[in-house]
Ligand binder design. Structure first.
Ligand code: SME
Length: 159
């Protein structure tokens, strides 16, 4: 597969996800290395939607540790149950945060981050990490993002 994404810039958000997901699936299917695949997924999401920050934290020794990401430098370690990421890990569920200041315990890696969505990566019934996406706009994520991001993780084998 060519290392190039084809997404119609005029497409709606849902249509962009519809175009993107099969292309990411193709990219990931040909590669078994975890870091390579997570790095390309983060880059593809950043390139397509221009998110402020998109990346992964991976569970290592009972902590989330920063993995492949695109965007400004970020916090490197998050404990279980802490922040949006640690809460998503603890609950093993997606968390949508329309206003990060209204989320108790939110960890502000950047003061520019205003809203956030975090999805767990699950293998063999265990959370192995999270996908975290931040926006510099309030209320930037909704059920469309949740639906398609969950589908993306599913088709790439991370759920
Ligand atoms: N805001 C996250 C921390 C990670 S950064 O946003 C990249 C949280 O509360 O878990």
């Amino acid at each position: 597969m060519a290392e190039e994404l084809h997404i119609a810039t005029t497409a709606s958000k849902a249509d962009k996800y519809e175009q993107l997901i099969p292309q990411i699936k193709g990219l990931v299917q040909g590669e078994e290395d975890l870091v390579a695949n997570l790095a390309n997924i983060a880059a593809a999401l950043k390139q397509t939607f221009g998110f402020f920050w998109v990346g992964f934290y991976l569970v290592k020794n009972e902590e989330l540790v920063l993995g492949p990401f695109q965007g400004p430098i970020a916090c490197t370690r998050i404990k279980r149950g802490k922040g949006v990421c640690g809460t998503s890990w603890e609950r093993a569920e997606t968390i949508l945060v329309p206003d990060v200041d209204a989320f108790p315990g939110h960890i502000a890696c950047s003061s520019d981050s205003k809203s956030e969505i975090v999805l767990p990566l699950i293998k063999n019934m265990e959370v192995i990490g999270v996908l975290d996406i931040d926006s510099d706009q309030l209320n930037d994520f909704d059920e469309i993002d949740q639906k398609y991001l969950e589908e993306l993780l599913s088709v790439t084998g991370f759920v």
